[in-house]
Design a protein around this ligand. Structure first.
Ligand SMILES: Nc1nc2c(ncn2[C@@H]2O[C@H](COP(=O)(O)OP(=O)(O)OP(=O)(O)O)[C@@H](O)[C@H]2O)c(=O)[nH]1
Ligand SMILES: [Mg+2]
Length: 682
């Protein structure tokens, strides 16, 4: 990679390579497209395939094992004298974090879709993100070799998923019900696809259909170009330069989303796609302007990677200026670090280079203080944190090192993975004694587990996260605890009477001293309280006790034998005798959820909530999301374990939720009995 001066286009001579992300739903053919681009542009001698593990991308063992992309694949290449870096992101909704990190610092995105109207809705979250981040994007409808008509309903579905107007630039040519090529509506040329070879120019068979589609394209362009509108109204044929000028400008301004079709598998339509990118993708200065970056050298951290042995690597895009080895970079919050190695990425390899220029995507070594989403600057104070909307966790697993001696190493390795991927979080739960990994779903978390194994050599056991149950009481009781022991010299004597009463939910614990006439001397009162508190760590049902008041009402002491320890024991004794008489009851945490789904699934979400002992609290349109609802609900935490799987299966994977703790609720009956039994057995 780079340092090369692009030839052929004087406007871009100093801007360096352009960075284009390849995004889209799971399995839509992004990595296959990357392979096709690699071969067409001469970056790879022959095409690899995702299905047999020979692709240039997806080379990590976790990706090969799953035959899916698990992290961004980087390809720097040159097409007709101009440099491009393609960043092929995983499509799985659980791995969206990888896309979020790179979004700010790229020039444009290709969104790869399938020619299936029913799947069009899958594009909505991504198209929304791109529109909000103001990143110009093009829709590439892939797998057209498999398409069997129904083009109109496909387009309607795609348009419903995009807030920005789509601009159809090509229409398919059908032969015997299958797509055989396309008509380019700007150039008015028909291309017949050939297997793994450049397409062949043919005559436009249906001129009327072509004219109609072209007119629609021009009309849409004219929405942002008055002169073109006049020409269309006056039946004047616009010049080719005008049409191409509008296509480039309206794409770069994010006013339209061009739609192209093809087949990555058959290498069809890819050259046309690359030509569109070459003409229309703005250079890096547009991204720098979008992020309000100026002057000196600035970069954005697109991705962070911790090797098992080597140090940290930061994949960055150079947005302004240039970088050289040894240069200082300043980050947000006053952090700084010196560049200790620049390398360009070629497939799974890194090549050392001395400098990086504006537009380049390179890996920088050991920028320890900086994280994904930071912009860094050669000038102090020129950097900032970009507000990246990392998704909140929706799935949790308890993890433990298979070998206890690995525990410390495990904690530090997990911290590294969480730094790489902020959509993965980690928490040590002191109460349940668990290490909890939380993230976007089963694939996401098992991927983390595999990485810990593959990169750090750490074997893990995983299981369902425990629910932090509590217990409380429903009745009051008075109970006496007496500790009296005579053994050799000093004896032990402590005696207390406790009134135990229930408190309202959420009140916690209260201790009251109601001793009269010093029957328990002042210095032993905290000892009684300590004994009580100690007891409350596990009540009659085996769980921490909450919402009780304990009052010390009476007792006695011995001038020689009373001690702190004796009064602690007495307090604990009084509790363990009194509590079972207080009608103990199990309390379970109940969460408040906001569940977001496309609105055709709303009614069925209520069913899912009901089946999980939840209470639906109503729904409303999801603010800012056309065609979506947000359902409010209360659900017991114990029922949330794999809720995300249910929601996703109702919504083709799109459903999601946020939750916060709401309250503790009494749990009675068989379910409660089972939980208590299991706790006693543990
Ligand atoms: N028929 C047909 N199949 C394709 C085409 N492009 C990709 N495929 C197949 O679709 C499957 C998924 O392809 P990938 O390239 O791995 O898709 P992806 O979008 O990178 O998948 P993720 O990164 O896991 O989201 C593979 O079996 C490909 O062979 C195409 O143009 N036509
Ligand atoms: Mg892929």
């Amino acid at each position: 990679m780079s340092g090369h001066t692009p030839q052929g286009n004087t406007q871009r001579i100093k801007a360096g390579p352009r960075a284009v992300a390849i995004l889209g739903p799971y399995g839509s053919g992004k990595t296959t497209l990357l392979e096709s681009i690699a071969v067409l542009t001469g970056a790879a001698p022959r095409k690899g395939a995702v299905t047999d593990g020979t692709s240039l991308g997806d080379s990590a063992p976790e990706a090969r094992a799953r035959q899916m992309s698990t992290e961004v694949n980087v390809l720097s290449t040159r097409f007709l004298g101009e440099d491009f870096t393609f960043l092929d992101c995983p499509g799985s909704i659980e791995l969206m974090g990888e896309t979020l990190g790179i979004l700010p610092g790229i020039d444009a995105a290709i969104v790869v879709a399938e020619p299936d109207a029913a799947k069009a809705v899958l594009l909505q979250p991504l198209l929304k993100l791109l529109a909000e981040a103001r990143v110009p994007h093009i829709l590439f409808v892939n797998k057209f070799d498999k398409s069997r008509g129904a083009f109109r309903s496909l387009l309607a579905g795609l348009q419903a998923a995009s807030e920005l107007p789509l601009l159809l630039r090509q229409i398919p040519i059908w032969e015997d019900g299958a797509a055989a090529g396309f008509v380019d509506l700007a150039l008015e040329r028909a291309h017949r696809w050939q297997a793994h070879a450049p397409s062949r120019l043919v005559d436009i068979a249906d001129v009327r259909r072509e004219k109609e589609a072209r007119f629609q394209m021009l009309e849409r362009l004219a929405d942002h170009d008055e002169q073109l509108m006049e020409e269309l109204l006056g039946d004047v044929e616009p010049s080719r330069a005008e049409v191409f000028g509008d296509l480039a400008r309206e794409f770069a301004n994010g006013q339209v989303v061009p739609v192209l079709i093809g087949s990555a598998d058959g290498d069809n339509g890819i050259r046309r796609l690359l030509k569109a990118l070459r003409h229309e993708v703005p250079d890096v200065s547009a991204a720098a302007a979008r992020l309000s970056l100026r002057g000196g050298a600035t970069v954005q951290v697109l991705k962070t990677l911790h090797g098992g042995h080597g140090g940290k690597q930061s994949l960055v895009r150079v947005l302004t200026g240039s970088l050289k080895e040894g240069q200082m970079l300043y980050g947000p919050d006053g952090h700084e670090a010196r560049i200790a190695g620049i390398s360009s990425i070629v497939g799974s390899h890194a090549l050392k280079c001395a400098v990086a220029v504006m537009g380049d995507v390179v890996a920088l070594a050991r920028l320890d203080p900086f994280v994904t989403g930071d912009t860094l600057s050669a000038n102090k104070g020129g950097a900032k944190h970009l507000p990246i909307p990392w998704p909140v966790p929706v799935y949790r697993l308890a993890v433990a090192a298979h070998d206890r001696k690995d525990e410390v190493r495990l904690t530090s390795a997990i911290a590294k993975l969480c730094e790489e991927d902020p959509s993965l979080t980690f928490e040590q739960n002191a109460e349940t004694q668990e290490m909890l990994l939380a993230g976007q779903g089963e694939i996401h978390l098992h991927l983390a587990v595999d990485r810990l194994q593959n990169r750090f050599g750490l074997a893990l056991d995983t299981r369902k996260a425990r629910v932090p149950y509590r217990e409380t009481i429903r009745k009051a009781a008075v109970s006496r605890g007496r500790q009296k022991r005579q053994s050799g010299g000093h004896g032990q004597f402590g005696d207390c009477v406790l009134a135990i009463t229930p408190l309202p939910r959420g009140a916690g614990f209260a201790f009251q001293d109601r001793v009269k006439g010093g029957v328990v001397p002042k210095q032993w009162i905290p000892s009684v309280e300590k004994g009580v508190r100690d007891y409350l760590k596990a009540g009659p049902l085996g769980f921490p006790v909450v919402d009780v008041a304990v009052a010390l009402t009476d007792g006695s002491f011995h001038a020689v034998d009373s001690s702190d320890a004796a009064f602690q024991i007495a307090g604990r004794l009084a509790m363990s005798e009194g509590m079972p008489a207080c009608a103990p009851v199990l309390l379970e945490p109940v969460m408040r959820l906001a569940i977001h789904v496309p609105n055709d699934a709303t009614a069925r979400v209520n069913g899912v909530i009901g089946a999980r002992r939840g209470v639906p609290l109503g729904y409303d349109g999801r603010p800012g999301w056309r065609g979506w609802d947000t359902v409010q609900a209360e659900l017991p935490l114990s029922e949330i374990g794999d809720l995300i799987m249910d929601l996703r299966s109702l919504t083709q994977g799109l459903g999601t939720y946020e939750m916060t703790f709401d309250h503790l609720a009494e749990l009675n009956g068989r379910l409660a009995d089972q939980i208590v039994l299991a706790q006693k057995a543990a």
